[in-house]
Design a binder for this molecule. Structure first.
Ligand SMILES: [Zn+2]
Ligand SMILES: [Zn+2]
Length: 369
């Protein structure tokens, strides 16, 4: 069991949201990876602080934590937004830009850029949408460049007093060979020449902010179960850059609706007809789900389990210029319940064909073996 979140932030259980925020910012200032580069202890400490704050700053998670002693398996900002999984470790690593402060001014920013994360979105659609296509609006959270601190994670910038904006300090020491001058990177500002007084209140030092997105997408006609569409630049922004990574939308298709089933580019429809209809032939008006009304011609002498193929020009296949096939599977069930007059007709038919049938037994006896 992890340590108590309140304890981590040095708070009492009844701390107000303002106090929680204040405590986080104070500790984050102290242990932020920007200020403790390579310090594993500070890194672990900061991780704890960030996780504690992530839970206690969210009213829903805080209530869960206060009631059950857990926020529900750790803080994942993507829950409830259609995402299956997003590696929290990856998000956390955005703090560890490295080099942001450590390099010379000017090109420091470029070298400190870090790639963002691709996002995944799972969407379930019905058979009709998969055939005809449609539009949808995806709602999800993504991380964007923090404009408030210009991607720095800090605010209230001022000139470093140790190096006076030079980024370097010169030390002199006495040696047997004379005075030695040594110039090295300023330890207080890590060479940036600047000091920051406060952690950015918008991004809490993360350099990116989590924002709700609403994205309209076109669902292409013919999309199939398991297909993935890549939306370039709709994923998380990188750290220290406005460039965004990609969003992958994975489609799950309910491939069956009543008696209509989709299998790739084929549609199968199960149709039951009367034995007499199979013998004499007919035209049947059928209301097929998704497709609508169709008149289906049954030839005289149609056999059990035969398949009628109807080329259907309604929709083209997504990947190639092919048309859908509608395959009608003919089922001819043997009647099990006959009215008195129907039974007479069947018996007359049997007489005509000189068949030895035992209709009385067939109808009234139950057979147990
Ligand atoms: Zn910020
Ligand atoms: Zn300095």
């Amino acid at each position: 069991m992890a340590r108590d979140y309140y304890e981590i932030l040095g708070l009492q259980k009844w701390a107000s949201s303002d106090e929680i925020k204040k405590a986080y910012r104070k500790l984050a200032m102290q242990y932020h990876p920007d200020r403790n580069q390579g310090d594993k202890e500070a890194e672990a400490k900061f991780k704890e602080i960030w996780e504690a704050y992530g839970t206690l700053s969210d009213p829903g998670k805080k209530q869960n934590y206060d009631t059950f002693g857990s926020a529900g398996g750790g803080w994942n900002p993507f829950w409830g937004w259609g995402f299956q999984a997003e590696d929290l470790g990856d998000i956390f690593s955005s703090f560890f830009g490295g080099g942001f402060w450590g390099q010379s001014r000017g090109w420091a920013r470029r070298s400190s850029e870090r790639r963002g994360e691709d996002l995944e979105y799972d969407i379930t659609i019905d058979l009709k949408t998969s055939i005809y296509g449609w539009k949808d609006t995806l709602e999800f959270n993504k991380r964007e460049y923090c404009d408030s601190c210009d991607g720095a994670g800090w605010s209230n910038k001022k000139t470093c007093t140790t190096c006076n904006w030079h980024g370097q300090v010169t030390q002199t020491s006495q040696s047997p060979f004379g005075v030695i001058q040594q110039t090295r990177t300023c330890p207080d500002c890590n060479g940036s020449g600047e000091e920051f007084e406060d952690i950015c209140s918008e991004c809490n030092g993360e350099k990116r902010v989590l924002k709700k997105q609403k994205l309209d997408i076109d669902i292409p006609a013919g999309i199939d179960d398991g297909m993935v569409i890549k939306l370039t630049g709709e994923g998380n922004a990188g750290v220290g850059t406005k460039t965004s990574w990609d969003l992958y939308v994975r489609f799950h298709v309910n491939t069956q609706e009543k008696w209509l089933t989709r299998d790739g580019v084929d549609l199968h429809y199960d149709l039951e007809i009367e034995f007499i209809e199979a013998v004499l032939g007919t035209k049947k008006e059928v209301n097929i789900p998704v497709i609508g009304k169709r008149t289906i011609s049954i030839d005289a002498g149609t056999q059990w389990e035969s398949i009628l193929k109807i080329s259907w020009d309604g929709v083209k296949h997504i990947e190639r210029d092919a048309k859908w096939d509608l395959l009608i599977h003919i089922h001819i069930p043997t009647p099990t319940k006959l009215s008195k007059s129907e039974r007479d007709l069947y018996e007359n038919l049997a007489k005509e064909k000189k068949l030895n049938v035992n209709s009385k037994k067939w109808v009234f006896e139950k057979i147990f073996w």
